[in-house]
Ligand binder design. Structure first.
Ligand code: ZN
Length: 229
C-alpha cells in the first residue's frame, strides 16, 4: 500500500514538472500589455513597492528563478530576465513578491529563513544517519534504533520546511498578481494566464510537501515495525 502511494507520488511529481514546463513554454510565447523584459518588470515592481536595496541578476538554467534573502538579490533565469512575455512577467513579479515579503518581515518567510541552516544540514546527512542506524542496529539494537530516531527527526525537519514553504509561495504569487493588475501591466485576460502559470509552479511545491510527508510516515512505519521485533 505505502509503496503504491510512494510510486504514485513519483508519477504525480514527474507530471507536475512536465506540466509546469509546458505551461511556461506556452505563456512564454504570449506578449503582455506592459511589454517589458522580466528584469524591467522586476525593477518596476521593486521601485513601486519602495524597495531600493535589492539587486536583480541573471542566473543560468531553466526555471531556476529565486529570491535570495541572504544577499537581497532577485535571480532570474535567462528566459525570464530578457523575455517579454506573460510567463516572464509572472515569474519576475513572483520573485519580487518574495523581496516584498522580506521588506515587510512577512512571518512565514522569516520562519523559512531561520530553518535554512538546520535543513541544509539535515538534507545532507539524513540518508547516511538512517542507513548507519540500520547497520548499527544489527550489532547494537538499542543504540541503532536511537540513531534511526535521530535520522527520522532530521527528515521531519525537511518535511516541516516543505510545508512552511507553501504559504510563502502562495503569498508571493498573490502579491505578484495584485501588482501586475494594479500597475496596469496585464489585461484581465493576461492576468488570468499569469495566475495559471504561477498556479502550476505552486502545485509543484504542494506535491513536494505531500511527498515528503508520505516518506516521513513510511520511515516512522518501518521504525515501528523494527522496534517491535
Ligand atoms: Zn517563490
Amino acid at each position: 500500500m505505502i509503496y503504491v502511494i510512494i510510486f504514485g507520488f513519483l508519477g504525480i511529481s514527474w507530471f507536475m514538472s512536465w506540466k509546469l514546463k509546458s505551461k511556461f513554454r506556452e505563456y512564454s510565447q504570449v506578449p503582455f500589455r506592459g511589454n517589458m523584459t522580466g528584469a524591467q518588470v522586476a525593477e518596476k515592481m521593486l521601485r513601486d513597492s519602495g524597495i531600493n536595496d535589492v539587486t536583480i541578476h541573471s542566473v543560468e538554467g531553466e526555471l531556476t528563478d529565486h529570491y535570495n534573502p541572504a544577499n537581497k538579490t532577485v535571480n532570474l533565469s535567462p528566459d525570464v530576465y530578457s523575455g517579454r512575455s506573460v510567463a516572464a512577467a509572472a515569474v519576475a513579479a513572483h520573485e519580487c513578491g518574495h523581496a516584498v515579503q522580506h521588506a515587510k518581515a512577512y512571518q512565514w518567510l522569516g520562519m523559512r529563513s531561520k530553518l535554512v541552516p538546520a535543513v541544509s544540514f539535515a538534507s545532507r546527512w539524513v540518508q547516511w544517519v538512517i542507513m548507519g542506524g540500520a547497520l548499527l542496529a544489527m550489532a547494537a539494537p538499542t543504540l541503532g534504533l536511537g540513531v534511526i530516531v535521530f535520522g527520522i527527526a532530521l527528515f521531519a525537519l525537511t518535511t516541516l520546511f516543505a510545508f512552511v514553504t507553501l504559504p510563502v509561495e502562495f503569498d508571493a504569487s498573490k502579491r505578484a498578481l495584485e501588482w501586475l493588475n494594479s500597475a496596469n501591466m496585464t489585461t484581465s485576460q493576461e492576468n488570468e494566464m499569469a495566475y495559471d502559470a504561477l498556479k502550476w509552479a505552486a502545485m509543484t511545491y504542494v506535491v513536494a510537501a505531500l511527498q515528503s510527508l508520505v516518506m516521513l510516515i513510511y520511515y516512522i512505519y518501518v521504525y515501528l515495525l523494527r522496534s517491535r521485533r
